[in-house]
Design a binder for this molecule. Structure first.
Ligand code: ATP
Length: 425
């Protein structure tokens, strides 16, 4: 079977051609693999090229960077090199390799192998196909493990029975692809998954690796569906310990948090933390503290999780009672994590609360047209006083009491007069 590259944009097509030309010149075998091949066969657009080299990937990457003015970074332990461009993304070259799992759940040791071995170490058959890039057979599909057949039947299938034990993160990946592509796990794959869950395979992976997978799930379009499936398959035990996640909680998540990654809010890139906050509702303090040690969570994300546990947004009660002035809402909430505020917005049915939170967000965008120098010229000299006065003016602007620059100057003059008058008395 030959795959045409016509469906891709010109940048991707050009890159593929460049790789192919260099590989021919250097006489090394080069292949596109993984998600790009799967998506190409499904006619889903994808630009992430993953290149496997039957030989020294680092040498090929260096040559590619030289020819096309890229910057190369090598990772010798992983036999990988990345070529990147300031404006034109990046490209990974990896030497075909095999993996050796010394201990279930631990990261494997990698050593050079051939393409067949490289495809065999992959998670699912649909991700274990390659497209040849050498000139004579450009675009020929290499499918040793029945990936194409599984793709046609909409099946997610592991390559061997030990797969989930070797790397339990694959159980979460299986759910992700199943739901994303509208596929189903193959019967024997599902049996292996259930067996691995019963044997506690997820306990063998670090919390950091587990959360990395949750991050991928929570960033997907169909995250709520994936979370539902993960609960049914008992895949949350590693995260929540003995705390149960009820069906009702999943139902709530599915109703309230749809398509978050498409939201226009600036926090959308971190929408997975919203799901995490919901999943962690009933966990023990000890488990929460353990999570706070995860390096995958940023300071702001940890703050959102902790503040939620302490119900810091309890001020919500006031915010639900009446429409408040934007400046009042701002003062009340400004120390809360922005993710937590977004969570409160998404999870409430109260129109008043939503309204108050919207004016809070708008308040953050309010900027004064005057600055400290203008206040200095009016006679206010101390830094602290200037800062406080600017803050006071901003609050008035948030509430719509002043609008233009001349309004700001006029009010500043009045306030300074009062202030200086008071300090002279
Ligand atoms: P997408 O980015 O669309 O989710 P992808 O297939 O590109 O899909 P990546 O996570 O970028 O996913 O992984 C690239 C490839 O590496 C996969 O297609 C798969 O072949 C392989 N891979 C990734 N993670 C694992 C894993 N845990 N076990 C085995 N193979 C893996």
């Amino acid at each position: 079977m030959i795959i045409q590259f016509k469906q891709y944009d010109s940048v991707t097509r050009r890159r593929i051609k460049q790789i192919q030309q260099l590989a021919a010149k250097q006489q090394v075998g080069c292949y596109l693999v993984g998600g790009f091949v799967r998506d190409a066969l499904l006619r889903i657009k994808s630009t992430d090229l993953d290149v496997i080299v039957d030989g020294d990937a680092m040498a090929l990457a260096r040559a590619f960077a030289r020819e096309h003015n890229g910057k190369v970074t090598v990772y010798p332990d992983f036999l990988t090199a990345t070529v990147s461009w300031d404006q034109a993304g990046s490209l990974d070259f990896t030497t075909a390799r095999q993996e050796i799992y010394k201990k279930p759940g631990a990261l494997p040791r990698v050593k050079q192998g051939d393409l067949r071995a490289d495809l065999f170490r992959r998670d699912f058959t649909v991700n274990a196909m390659a497209l040849q890039l050498t000139s004579s057979s450009r675009g020929t599909l290499i499918d040793h493990y029945g990936g194409m057949d599984d793709l046609r039947c909409g099946r997610i299938r592991i390559l061997h029975d030990q797969s989930f034990k070797d790397d339990p993160t694959r159980m979460i990946r299986a759910v992700r692809y199943e739901q994303r592509l509208g596929f189903q796990m193959h019967r024997s794959t599902l049996q292996c998954l259930n067996k691995s869950v019963r044997q506690g395979a997820l306990r063998t992976i670090s919390l950091d690796r587990y959360i990395t997978e949750i991050k991928k799930v929570g960033s997907e379009f169909k995250a709520p569906e994936m979370i539902g499936r993960m609960r049914r398959l008992a895949l949350f035990h590693r995260l929540v310990g003995t705390a149960a996640i009820s069906k009702a909680r999943i139902h709530r998540i599915q109703q309230r948090y749809q398509r978050l990654n498409e939201s226009a809010r600036s926090e959308a890139g971190e929408c997975w933390v919203i799901y995490l906050i919901e999943l962690l509702r009933n966990v023990s303090t000890a488990r929460r503290q353990e999570l706070m040690k995860c390096s995958i969570l940023s300071k702001g994300q940890k703050q959102a999780i902790t503040q939620f546990a302490k119900c810091k947004l309890e001020t919500k009660v006031v915010l639900k009672q009446k429409k408040m002035k934007p400046s009042q809402v701002f003062v009340l909430l400004k120390d809360n994590s922005s993710l937590l505020v977004w969570h409160a917005y998404l999870s409430t049915a109260s129109a008043i609360l939503k309204d108050n939170l919207e004016s809070y967000w708008n308040a953050w965008n309010v900027k004064l047209k005057i600055d400290g120098h203008d206040l200095n010229r009016m006679g206010l000299s101390q830094g602290r006083q200037v800062g406080a006065m600017l803050e006071q003016l901003k609050m008035k602007k948030m509430d719509g009491e002043i609008k233009s620059k001349s309004d700001e100057l006029k009010l500043a003059r009045e306030l300074i007069k009062q202030e200086l008058g008071a300090s002279n008395e």
